[in-house]
Design a protein around this ligand. Structure first.
Ligand code: GDP
Ligand code: MG
Length: 162
C-alpha cells in the first residue's frame, strides 16, 4: 500500500514548496490513483525503495468565505484521503490563531499527524519551535522546505511504519 501524505496549513506556510521538493521526479504528477479525485494536486515521491503520494492543498486560513471556503473544503477532503497529515506552520510568523483552529480539527480527526515547523532556516531551531508545543500535537519537527533542511530525515521517519 502506498502511503498518502496530505500537506495542510494556512496559506503561505510553504506547502507547495515542500510539495515540489517531495515530488521532484519527472513523472511526479499523479494521473490516476484509486480513491483520489482530480480537484487537489497529487504527486508521486520516492525515498530509496519506498514510494509515497503527496497531496498539496490550497490552505485553511481560519475565517473562510468564498474561494477560501472552497480551499478549506479541499483541505478537509485531503485529510480524509490521507494516511498521514503534515500540519505545516510558519516559524517566522510564529503561532497564529488559525493554527489553533486547524489543530483542533486534527486532534478530533485522529489521523496520524506530524507537526511540521517550516522556514527555520537562519533561526535557532530550539526557540523557533517552542511556540508550537502548545498546539497539543506532539513534537514539532523543524524543516526549511526551500533549502531542504531536515526534509529527507523527516520523510524517512514518517515512512518507517510503511
Ligand atoms: P503555501 O501557500 O503554503 O503553498 O506556501 P508556498 O510554498 O507558496 O510558500 C510561501 C512563501 O514562503 C514563498 O515565498 C516561499 O518561497 C516561502 N518559503 C517556503 N518555504 C520556505 C523556507 O523553508 N524558508 C523560507 N525562508 N521561506 C520559505
Ligand atoms: Mg500553495
Amino acid at each position: 500500500m502506498t502511503p498518502v501524505i496530505a500537506l495542510v496549513g494556512r496559506p503561505n506556510v510553504g506547502k507547495s514548496t515542500l510539495f515540489n521538493r517531495l515530488t521532484r521526479s519527472r513523472d511526479a504528477l499523479v494521473a490516476d490513483h484509486p480513491g483520489l479525485t482530480r480537484d487537489r494536486k497529487y504527486g508521486n515521491g520516492r525515498l530509496g525503495g519506498k514510494r509515497y503520494i503527496v497531496i498539496d492543498t490550497g490552505g485553511i486560513s481560519g475565517d473562510e468565505e468564498g474561494i477560501n471556503a472552497a480551499m478549506a473544503e479541499q483541505s478537509l477532503l485531503a485529510i480524509d484521503e490521507a494516511d498521514i497529515v503534515f500540519f505545516m506552520v510558519d516559524a517566522r510568523t510564529g503561532l497564529h490563531p488559525a493554527d489553533e483552529a486547524i489543530a483542533n480539527h486534527l486532534r478530533v480527526n485522529q489521523k496520524k499527524t506530524w507537526l511540521v515547523v517550516n522556514k527555520t532556516d537562519g533561526l535557532e531551531e530550539h526557540s523557533a519551535m517552542a511556540d508550537f508545543w502548545s498546539l497539543g500535537l506532539g513534537d514539532p519537527h523543524s524543516i526549511a522546505a526551500s533549502h531542504g533542511r531536515n526534509v529527507t530525515s523527516l520523510i524517512e521517519k514518517v515512512l518507517e511504519p510503511f
